[in-house]
Design a protein around this ligand. Structure first.
Ligand SMILES: [Ca+2]
Length: 183
């Protein structure tokens, strides 16, 4: 075999290329973790699962006041005729309950089913239950309201399937059944 001697320029070029090649090998070696004697496991960030929707399945009225602020019963000769409107923050009525006539304290709690279950679209807004005593011959009497916001529910108690909401004076208490759909 015949060897050909390189001139200075060719020698410099060959050295430069070999140097570049070695640096490249080092970079690949380090990047793949081969240079670490005690490599740590790669961290895999798994996003927390979030439900895709939530629906309101039922509303249980646990407590209402049976007298108005002046201490007078809603109806003079019978119990309250309870119903409620479920509204968004703009006051638009989304659901209206049936009326339960002649309700007395011993009848509580009473349950109202949503049929079909009401899907809560806006998790960032406040929804209201406005409770009334129905009257045939005069305007309905306003009993009071309670409200909730889904994002606040999640923040306070996670994806809970049972939510209790009260008014400020603690005279109204509702228990909501929420159903979270995960996929
Ligand atoms: Ca009434």
């Amino acid at each position: 075999m015949k060897l050909k001697r390189l001139n200075d320029s060719q020698s410099f070029r060959a050295t430069f290329l070999i140097g570049c090649f070695l640096i490249l090998i080092c970079i690949v070696w380090l990047a793949t973790g081969c240079g670490d004697d005690n490599p740590t496991n790669p961290v895999i960030i798994v996003p927390s699962p979030k439900p895709v929707s939530v629906s309101l399945d039922s509303i249980i009225v646990v407590q209402i006041p049976f007298e108005n602020d002046e201490g007078i019963c809603w109806d003079l000769f019978s119990g309250a005729d309870l119903f409620f409107n479920f509204t968004n923050s703009a006051g638009v009525i989304l659901l209206r309950s049936e009326i339960i006539y002649d309700l007395s304290r011993s009848d509580l709690p009473v349950i109202f089913w949503t049929d079909p279950p009401y899907i809560i679209n806006n998790w960032n807004t406040t929804y209201f239950f406005k409770l009334y005593d129905w009257d045939a011959l005069s305007n309905n009497d306003y009993i009071g309201k309670v409200y909730f916001c889904i994002n606040q529910v999640i923040e306070n108690q996670g994806y809970s399937e049972r939510l209790i909401i009260r008014n400020q004076s603690q005279t109204i208490r509702l228990r909501l059944a929420l159903r979270w759909v995960w996929s």
